[in-house]
Ligand binder design. Structure first.
Ligand code: MN
Length: 131
């Protein structure tokens, strides 16, 4: 069974790095360069996890997370926010938008896959975020 991760990321270097690490660990990666493309792809492929850059052209990651969460078919899919904003409140904002967790840029290649996998299986996102 394919383990497909949807990566919504506009930065080619980050996309390359993340794809490399995930594929090396046996995941299939489907890339999306902006939120709209990501939302469309998510509905079609039903990934096991969505890695979501927060700083995106057009819709930002928070808007994308809310849109993804409005699709009942994706309700159980973990969404992990990736952001370069190491600012207080971002984590809370990502969780409030429906994300399951948070990874900070710059990505640490030593811990990245383990960080992602913490959000797979077992854990469910916080309930109570009615939109
Ligand atoms: Mn970006």
């Amino acid at each position: 069974m394919k383990r497909t991760v949807l990566v919504i990321e506009d930065n080619e270097q980050n996309l390359y790095l993340v794809t490399f690490m995930l594929e090396k660990s046996g995941y299939e990666v489907v890339p999306a360069r902006d939120g709209q493309e990501g939302i469309e792809l998510a509905g079609r492929i039903t990934p096991i996890l969505i890695l979501l850059d927060i700083q995106l052209p057009g819709m930002d990651g928070y808007q994308v997370a809310r849109a993804l969460r409005s699709n009942p078919a994706l309700d159980q899919v973990p969404i992990v926010a990736v952001t370069s904003y190491a600012m207080v409140g971002d984590r809370e904002r990502a969780l409030a938008a429906g994300c399951s967790g948070y990874i900070e840029k710059p990505i640490n290649p030593e811990t990245f896959v383990a960080d992602v996998e913490r959000h797979l299986g077992g854990e469910t996102r916080q309930e109570g975020n009615t939109l």
